[in-house]
Design a protein around this ligand. Structure first.
Ligand SMILES: *Cc1c(COP(=O)(O)O)cnc(C)c1O
Length: 363
């Protein structure tokens, strides 16, 4: 089928797997004999109950989530988690938490937490190097007294990723995985809480995934709104109020697609190959330079540039005209960024490489 679809390298919302969109289209008008679309049905109907239950079961299976963790489908995006984490995990309004600042979103989370306690500490920052790498374990200044440690696992804007899971002793580790969740297997048991906005690798915008260990479902700080309390959502199986039904449905289809292609191991292998091709080209190019330092390279967001901002602008413009969209880098970094999430096919990366080689030859 010629769908006239382009290769969309957007950082998010981003491409969804074509088989997922086709299935959603086929089921759009009449879902499973219900006579209506998933967008129109009650969230208390047996149809939707089956959808949300399958989505959760598949999430557990695909990501190998231990039984003592809850999977929550929330709203408000990853940005709302910047507040929910301190509201629910700080032991008091004077509680301490350690924040690892490795990029823009990590910094936002750090700043938001400061609204809820004067004792939010900066455990490490690579801002002085414009975030071209993530901090090493031995650079982290962690307190054994902290209520939690917060990190951003994959830094979407700078194209960096932690090559290791920080060791935090008995202090729960909280990770923003918005731009890397479901990109490769991860040992969930090393984390107290993982959260992710869905619009990069999981579903359309509108649902936020929270994976939280049982013992962290405690009383929040006094005054915390009901809707911002993890316990509310855990006790009501993410149905305290109307959940984002359609994104949860697409999430289920995406997880089925991941299973159909061999699960997270197979997907990770694909993702690593796609990224390796791009980095290999960048490491050998005379014109383009990779932005992130080697040990910190993301396999989801590949940042690069030339030494000439005008040439970068020309690249963004000409690549878009060639059907390779959204390659312009974030305004805080400049240059280019190719977001190659799960749904970006290998052919998309091949097309980008071909375009880059031609551009290099002509400029
Ligand atoms: C996109 C992104 C966010 C922001 O997510 P929203 O859902 O728009 O709030 C936060 N953190 C990371 C790592 C992201 O990539």
């Amino acid at each position: 089928m010629n769908t006239n679809r382009i290769f969309n390298f957007s950082a998010g919302p981003s491409m969804l797997p074509l088989p997922v969109l086709e299935k959603a289209a086929a089921e759009l008008l009449n879902y499973n004999g219900s006579g209506m679309s998933v967008m129109e049905m009650s969230h208390r109907s047996k149809y939707f109950e089956e959808i949300i239950n399958s989505a959760e079961a598949l999430f557990r299976k695909v990501l190998n989530i231990p039984d003592n963790y809850r999977v929550l489908f929330l709203q408000g995006g990853a940005s709302t988690q910047f507040a929910m984490v301190p509201l629910n995990l700080l032991s008091s309004a004077e509680g301490t938490a350690d924040y690892i600042v490795s990029g823009n979103f990590a910094k936002k989370a750090y700043e938001e937490a400061q609204k809820f306690s004067p004792n939010i500490r900066l455990a490490a920052s690579t801002k002085a190097e414009n975030f071209v790498r993530v901090p090493n374990q031995d650079e982290l200044q962690l307190s054994a007294e902290a209520d939690y440690v917060h990190m951003c696992f994959n830094n979407t804007i700078f194209g960096t990723k932690f090559p290791y899971i920080p060791e935090t002793g008995n202090v729960p580790l909280v990770a923003d995985m918005s731009s890397c969740i479901l990109s490769e297997p991860v040992d969930v048991s090393r984390f107290g809480l993982i959260y992710a906005g869905a619009q990069k690798n999981v579903a359309p915008a509108g649902v936020t995934i929270v994976i939280v260990r049982d013992d962290l479902l405690k009383e929040p700080l006094p005054g915390t709104p009901t809707m911002l309390t993890y316990k509310t959502h855990a006790e009501n199986d993410s149905m305290y109020n109307t959940p984002p039904c359609y994104p949860i449905y697409i999430c289920k289809l995406v997880l089925e697609w991941i299973e159909s292609i061999g699960g997270l191991e197979a997907l990770a292998e694909r993702n690593r190959q796609k990224a390796a091709k791009l980095y290999d080209y960048l490491d050998n190019s005379q014109l383009f330079k990779p932005v992130a330092q080697k040990e910190s390279r993301s396999i989801m967001n590949v940042t690069f540039r030339t030494d000439d901002p005008e040439l970068d602008a020309k690249f963004a413009k000409e690549s878009a005209a060639a059907g390779l969209s959204n390659l312009k880098g974030h305004r805080s970094v400049g240059g280019m960024r190719a977001s190659i999430y799960n749904a970006m096919p290998e052919e998309g990366v091949e097309a980008l490489l071909k375009f880059m080689a031609e551009f290099e030859k002509n400029n």
